[in-house]
Design a protein around this ligand. Structure first.
Ligand code: PMP
Ligand code: GLN
Length: 384
């Protein structure tokens, strides 16, 4: 008899797969999983076609096509006045998820501890568990979802190897202030602790706020991985292409693992992104305005509803509190009711917690949608 033992025995199917499948089954409006329902820029699609026609169809260099790494360096130069070496400090990966996974594999050992802030993106904890380390969950303070720094201070010990930061933050849309980064730096600068900074929503930031990358703080340069995703920035989540940036010493350790997790990313996609980024700098420059309009349109549709809007400073997510409507339901039950009776699908925020607060009555909507979808969503939700 074969005796199979899962390394993630309690793990079900992710909430994103579950909710998108529910939307399809019920033929409901899908504002759950984070992806655009509008097309990618035509020039980007054309660039992909060109790349395949021009022969970019075999393995890319393991660290990524250099022109794309140079474009990533350009973003950091423009925004943070940071001079990155694309050869030794930037690696292109098939999506941000695998970059996060490899950074954890590379640095965190069995028995180590990794601090994560709840609600947390769902891939962090299983990736930590798979190396035999322990995730230490610290809940952010609702409704601003700010960090309780005293708790962080108390949680740090000799086993702490990594702290995972996510700004702008999925699922809440909160962003880290300059002070947050300074406080973190003061807590870890004399310790053997690495920062994994998930910045996949770096270009989606609203109301004149500014994205602060871990790498823009000199004291964090030698101890931070920054992770990005072209899928979010260029409306192509299905292209699964992301990047990791770190100091040469950290990057060397990252690549020792990454070369065996994937070896390289998808060649023509990298070529297409590099040429589009070079020829269309206005795409990134206009992205915050583009998405802020969508956020505002979605929110104006909910103005006369009984849902209470929480602040969304970044990402393409809007959280709403439904306690004025059905305080008797938890968020999963509320999402089920919305899907089945109102034909609209959202994500319950409790799934992003190890231990959700009892009184949590929040659901997350993705507003990366066409105008007509957002207007329809407003109509549906106003009638709930
Ligand atoms: N981190 C966060 C916070 C995300 O929301 C996502 C979105 N999927 C990812 C990582 C993964 O990005 P990718 O699709 O490039 O793997
Ligand atoms: N990041 C996306 C979200 O939060 C989905 C990612 C996924 O499906 N794994 O909705």
């Amino acid at each position: 008899m074969i005796n199979l033992q899962s390394k993630l025995p309690a793990q079900g199917v992710t909430v994103f797969s579950t909710m998108t499948a529910m939307a399809q089954r019920l033929n409901a409006l899908n504002l759950s999983q984070g992806f655009p329902d509008f097309p990618a820029p035509p020039a980007l699609l054309e660039a992909l076609s060109q790349a395949t026609q021009n022969g970019y169809n075999q393995y890319a260099p393991g660290d990524g096509l250099l022109p794309l790494r140079e474009q990533v360096a350009e973003v950091f130069k423009k925004r943070d006045d940071l001079r990155l070496d694309p050869v030794h400090e930037i690696t292109i990966t098939p999506g941000a998820t695998i970059a996060i996974f490899c950074a954890i594999q590379a640095i965190v050992h069995a028995g180590d501890e990794v601090i994560v802030f709840d609600p947390a993106y769902d891939s962090y904890a299983p990736s930590i568990q798979l190396v035999g380390a322990k995730a230490i969950h610290i809940a952010l303070n609702a409704p601003a979802f700010s960090v309780d720094w005293n708790q962080v201070k108390d949680a740090i010990n000799d086993r702490t190897r990594m702290i995972i930061v996510n700004t702008p933050h999925n699922p809440t849309g909160a962003i880290w202030s300059e002070q947050d980064w300074h406080t973190l730096t003061a807590l870890i600068q004399d310790k053997n602790i690495v920062v994994l900074s998930d910045e996949v929503y770096e270009h989606l930031i609203y109301d004149g706020e500014k994205h602060r990358s871990a790498l823009s703080f000199p004291a964090l340069r030698e101890r931070s991985f920054v992770i990005g995703s072209f899928g979010k920035t260029f409306h192509v989540t299905g292209w699964k292409t992301g990047y990791c940036v770190a100091s040469p010493a950290l990057m060397k350790i990252f690549r020792q693992v990454y070369q065996f997790a994937s070896f390289c990313g998808v060649t023509p996609v990298q070529m297409a992104l590099a040429s589009y980024m070079q020829n269309h700098p206005e795409h990134i420059a206009g992205l915050s305005d583009f998405y802020q309009q969508k956020r505002d349109l979605f929110n104006s549709g909910l103005q006369d509803s009984r849902f209470k809007l929480l602040p969304s400073q970044g990402t393409f997510f809007q959280n709403v509190d439904f306690s004025a409507i059905r305080p008797d339901l938890n968020d999963t039950e509320m999402c089920k009711l919305l899907a089945e009776e109102h034909k609209i699908v959202a994500i319950p925020v409790s799934v992003f917690y190890q231990q959700p607060p009892e009184d949590l009555r929040l659901i997350r909507f993705c507003f990366a949608k066409k105008e007509e979808t957002l207007v329809l969503a407003g109509k549906i939700l106003s009638a709930v």
